[in-house]
Design a protein around this ligand. Structure first.
Ligand SMILES: *[C@@H]1O[C@H](CO)[C@@H](O)[C@H](O)[C@H]1NC(C)=O
Ligand SMILES: *[C@@H]1O[C@H](CO)[C@@H](O)[C@H](O)[C@H]1NC(C)=O
Ligand SMILES: *[C@@H]1O[C@H](CO)[C@@H](O)[C@H](O)[C@H]1NC(C)=O
Ligand SMILES: *[C@@H]1O[C@H](CO)[C@@H](O)[C@H](O)[C@H]1NC(C)=O
Ligand SMILES: *[C@@H]1O[C@H](CO)[C@@H](O)[C@H](O)[C@H]1NC(C)=O
Ligand SMILES: *[C@@H]1O[C@H](CO)[C@@H](O)[C@H](O)[C@H]1NC(C)=O
Ligand SMILES: *[C@@H]1O[C@H](CO)[C@@H](O)[C@H](O)[C@H]1NC(C)=O
Ligand SMILES: *[C@@H]1O[C@H](CO)[C@@H](O)[C@H](O)[C@H]1NC(C)=O
Length: 411
C-alpha cells in the first residue's frame, strides 16, 4: 500500500526517527532449503535465527486481491492477520477501541496486554493505493486514525520486545470488507518487527510466494527463501541508489504484445508493492500501453484513474505486458504480466463495463500482486537488490517464465 503525505511524514520520520540503515557488505546469498523446526527458538537464538515461512491466505474476489498472514501482538500474544506490505514501512493493527468502524475485523486489545505502552501521539492520514482493484474515488475514501504504541510483536513463535507500531482507532467505511486487521511494512529499510528479527540474527532478506488462488500455498519466508518454490535460476537486479527504502527498479522499456513505442522506451522507476493489487502508471504511460491493446479501452468517468471496456470485448484481447529491467550482470530481462490480468472484473455500478488492469495516478509507476503472483520474488535488504525466479506454476495457470537467461546470476 502507498500512503499519502499525512502518514509518511509523521509516521516514518517524525515519531520513530529514520530507520536504521542496513549494512551494505555485499553478502553472497546462498539459497538454502528451509528446514527450521518450529519451537526451537531458544536454541536458534544463540547462533542467530534461521529462515522460517509464514503461510499466507489469498483474499480472492474474482481476482487475486491481497495476501495476508498472522502475527502476534502483546503479552499474552494476540493473533492478528496482517498484509506483509513491501510498499510501506510501519506496523498498524486495529484496536478494540476503534469500535463499530472495525467491527468486521479481529482487533488488538491493548488493555489485555501486560507489555503494551501507549505513546502520546495520534496521526490521521490517507492511502493512495491499497488492496482493492479500484482506484481512489476521493481523497478521504481510505482514511485511518492511528495511536502510537509499543509492545512485544511476534511471528511464527519468535517474538521481538518493544516494537513501536500504531493501533488503528478509527477508519472510513471503505476498510470494512478487509479480512485482515492491519499492515506490516516490509520496506527495503527494515523497521519494527523485521528489524528486531534481524538484530536477533535473522538474515536481512525475505522471499515471497504469493500465488493465484488456483495454486494456493502462498507464503512469505523471512530470513531467506523457500528453495522448494524456486524453479529457475534467480535473476537479480539492484535497486537504484537513493531508493529511500522503496523496493523499486529502473525499467528501460515497456512492451505490449511484443510491440513498443519511442515513448515506452524511456527509463521509469517502478515500485514493487506486495500490498497493492493493481498496477499504477502515470497517465501518459497508461494511455500509451492501452493504445497498444485496444482503442476501446477508455477512461471510466465515474472513477477517476480507472479504465474500462465492454466486458464482451475484453476476453478476446491479447495484452501481454513485458517490463524490461537490467540484471546485476548488465543483461536485460523481462517480467511479464500475462493477458489474463487485463480483466479485473465488472465495475460494481456498471456490470457491462469491465475494469482493466492499470489505474493511472500522476507520478506513480507501481506493480503489485497482479505481477508478483507470477514469480517467486526475493527482497534482499542487505545487498539492496531484488531477485526473481520462476515459481513453478505453469504459464497456463498464471506462472511467469523468465524468458532471457542471459541475465541470470548464479548464486
Ligand atoms: C467482491 O467484489 C464485488 C465487486 O467489486 C464487491 O461488490 C463485493 O463487495 C466484494 N466482496 C467482498 C467480500 O469484498
Ligand atoms: C491465523 O490464526 C487464526 C486463529 O488462530 C487461524 O484461524 C488462521 O487460520 C490463521 N491464518 C493463517 C494464514 O495461518
Ligand atoms: C480488553 O481487555 C480487558 C482486560 O482484559 C477487558 O476488560 C476488556 O473487556 C477487553 N475488551 C474487549 C473489547 O474485549
Ligand atoms: C500528550 O501530547 C499533548 C500534545 O503534545 C500534550 O499536550 C499532553 O500533555 C501529552 N500528554 C501526556 C500524558 O504526555
Ligand atoms: C471516525 O471516522 C469517521 C469517518 O469515517 C468520522 O465521521 C467520525 O467522526 C470518526 N470518529 C471519531 C471518534 O473520530
Ligand atoms: C533510475 O531512473 C531514475 C529516474 O529516471 C534516474 O533518476 C536514475 O538515475 C536511474 N538510476 C540508475 C541507477 O539508472
Ligand atoms: C522483452 O520483451 C520484448 C517484447 O516482447 C522483447 O522484444 C525482448 O526481446 C524481451 N527481452 C528479453 C531480454 O527477453
Ligand atoms: C503527457 O503528455 C502530454 C502530451 O504529449 C504532455 O504535454 C505532458 O507534458 C505529458 N506529461 C508528463 C507528466 O510527462
Amino acid at each position: 500500500m502507498i500512503f499519502t503525505a499525512g502518514f509518511l511524514v509523521l509516521a516514518l520520520w517524525g515519531l520513530f526517527g529514520v530507520a536504521t540503515d542496513v549494512s551494505h557488505n555485499s553478502q553472497k546469498v546462498t539459497l538454502t532449503p528451509r528446514k527450521v523446526p518450529k519451537g526451537h527458538v531458544a536454541g536458534l537464538r544463540k547462533r542467530g535465527l534461521s529462515s522460517f515461512s509464514v503461510p499466507l491466505i489469498d483474499q480472492f474476489n474474482g481476482t487475486d486481491l491481497q495476501w495476508y498472514g498472522n502475527i502476534t501482538v502483546g503479552t499474552p500474544p494476540q493473533i492478528l492477520p496482517v498484509v506483509f506490505d513491501t510498499g510501506s514501512y510501519t506496523l498498524e493493527v486495529e484496536s478494540t477501541t476503534c469500535g463499530e468502524p472495525c467491527a468486521n475485523q479481529v482487533t488488538f486489545n491493548a488493555s489485555a496486554s501486560s507489555t503494551y505502552i501507549g505513546l502520546n501521539q495520534t496521526v490521521t492520514g490517507a492511502f493512495s493505493t491499497g488492496g482493492g482493484v479500484g482506484p481512489l474515488l476521493y481523497d478521504t475514501e481510505f482514511m485511518q486514525t492511528w495511536h502510537a504504541g509499543q509492545d512485544t510483536v511476534g511471528v511464527a513463535g519468535i517474538s521481538v520486545p518493544n516494537v513501536q507500531f500504531y493501533t488503528i482507532v478509527n477508519q472510513t467505511a471503505a476498510f470494512a470488507s478487509d479480512p485482515y486487521s492491519g499492515i506490516l511494512g516490509m520496506s527495503a529499510k527494515a523497521q519494527g518487527l523485521f528489524q528486531g528479527l534481524i538484530e536477533q540474527g535473522l538474515p536481512a532478506i525475505f522471499g515471497m510466494y504469493i500465488t493465484p488462488k488456483s495454486i494456493g500455498n502462498a507464503e512469505i519466508t523471512l530470513g531467506g527463501v523457500d528453495e522448494s518454490k524456486i524453479h529457475s535460476e534467480v535473476t537479480w537486479s539492484d535497486l537504484p541508489p537513493n531508493s529511500e527504502g522503496n523496493w523499486q527498479l529502473n525499467s528501460s522499456q515497456i512492451s505490449v504484445n511484443g510491440k513498443t513505442t519511442t515513448f515506452l522506451v524511456t527509463e521509469r522507476t517502478i515500485i514493487f508493492d506486495s500490498g497493492t493489487s493493481n498496477m499504477y502508471f502515470d497517465p501518459n504511460t497508461t494511455e500509451a500501453v492501452y493504445a497498444l491493446i485496444s482503442p476501446d479501452i477508455q477512461p471510466y468517468a465515474p472513477e477517476l484513474g480507472a479504465y474500462g471496456i465492454a466486458c464482451d470485448k475484453i476476453d478476446s484481447l491479447p495484452a501481454v505486458l513485458d517490463l524490461t529491467f537490467t540484471s546485476i550482470t548488465g543483461q536485460p530481462f523481462n517480467l511479464t504480466i500475462p493477458s489474463s490480468e487485463l480483466n479485473v472484473g465488472p465495475f460494481p455500478n456498471d456490470p457491462l463495463t469491465c475494469q482493466t488492469m492499470i489505474n493511472s495516478l500522476e507520478g506513480l509507476w507501481l506493480v503489485g500482486g497482479s505481477m508478483l503472483k507470477h514469480y517467486y520474488s526475493i527482497w534482499d535488504l542487505t545487498s539492496q537488490r531484488m531477485g526473481f525466479a520462476s515459481n513453478g506454476v505453469p504459464e497456463s495457470a498464471g506462472g511467469g517464465v523468465l524468458l532471457c537467461n542471459a541475465g541470470v546470476a548464479a548464486t
